[in-house]
Ligand binder design. Structure first.
Ligand SMILES: [Fe+2]
Length: 262
């Protein structure tokens, strides 16, 4: 485990947009991409503490996909050998999603993994609301071991893309107020389908890229354009801070491969 090196790893996936029966936009197979992440972890010999998937697990209107998605998440957990923890996004069906591992009793919860505390929030409606924020405040009122990761779908800020500038969490200011001054070390989100790193009130916020499609940044002032590019993120908690690295699943031809310089 990377805990022995003082470096904790969270493999952060977002926006799978799994579909039932058809491929998303005729191309994207969310299940195949989850399997590709598992293959990557094995090939790269990554040893994360957990996998966190920040919502839009299924494509809107594909409620029948949740049983298969539950199986795929359990398989991913078996293959990687660590907990696979999920939050819901605006595309997800809150009723159908109760079949997913960890969602039977509700869509927000806290998970303790040795010294690491992971709080999974439900922003499927676009906001957290006073009751969930009060629950969060109580959960993180005391520090825990190596610290806390907060995961939710909607970022607590807007995107630089004009069309997504107002697509962030509606009660972002309240969330940032609750986690300020606590042991929360990073906030993990998705929703934008492009990676974004921010520091808000001193809090690192990592918007992970999408496993389904990538939102290009030059789509114009009033359009969005999804491109076929599957990515996830490796979040590292270090003694001196936190990092997030976007990882693409495509394998372009290498320009060169050589030994490390001495
Ligand atoms: Fe999405």
């Amino acid at each position: 485990m990377s805990r022995e090196t003082g470096r904790l790893t969270v493999l952060h996936i977002s926006d799978v947009h799994a579909t039932d029966g058809t491929l998303l936009y005729g191309t994207v197979d969310g299940f195949a991409r989850l399997r590709a992440v598992s293959d990557y972890v094995r090939h790269a010999a990554i040893t994360p503490e957990a996998v966190v998937i920040t919502g839009d697990l299924a494509q809107r209107g594909h409620a029948a996909v949740y049983p298969a998605l539950a199986e795929a998440l359990m398989r991913l957990e078996d293959e990687i050998g660590v907990p696979v923890l999920t939050t819901l996004g605006n595309h997800d069906d809150p009723d159908a999603a109760r079949i997913l591992p960890g969602h039977a009793a509700g869509h927000h919860r806290v998970v303790l993994l040795d010294g690491l505390r992971i709080v999974l929030l439900d922003s499927a409606s676009g906001e957290l609301g006073p009751a969930q924020l009060a629950w969060l405040a109580a959960v993180i009122s005391e520090p825990h071991g190596d610290g806390t990761i907060v995961a939710l779908h909607h970022p607590p800020l807007g995107s630089p893309l004009p069309t997504l500038a107002k697509a962030g969490l509606r009660d972002a200011a309240s969330l940032l107020g609750v986690i300020a001054g606590t042991d929360v070390r990073a906030v993990l989100c998705g929703h934008f389908h492009h990676p974004l790193t921010a520091t808000l009130r001193g809090m690192p916020v990592f918007v992970g890229p999408s496993l389904a499609y990538h939102q290009v940044m030059d789509a114009g002032p009033d359009t969005v354009s999804g491109h076929d590019k599957a990515m996830f993120s490796l979040v590292h908690l270090l003694p001196q801070g936190v990092t997030a690295t976007s990882v693409g699943l495509e394998s372009p031809a290498p320009l060169f491969t050589s030994s490390l310089p001495s």
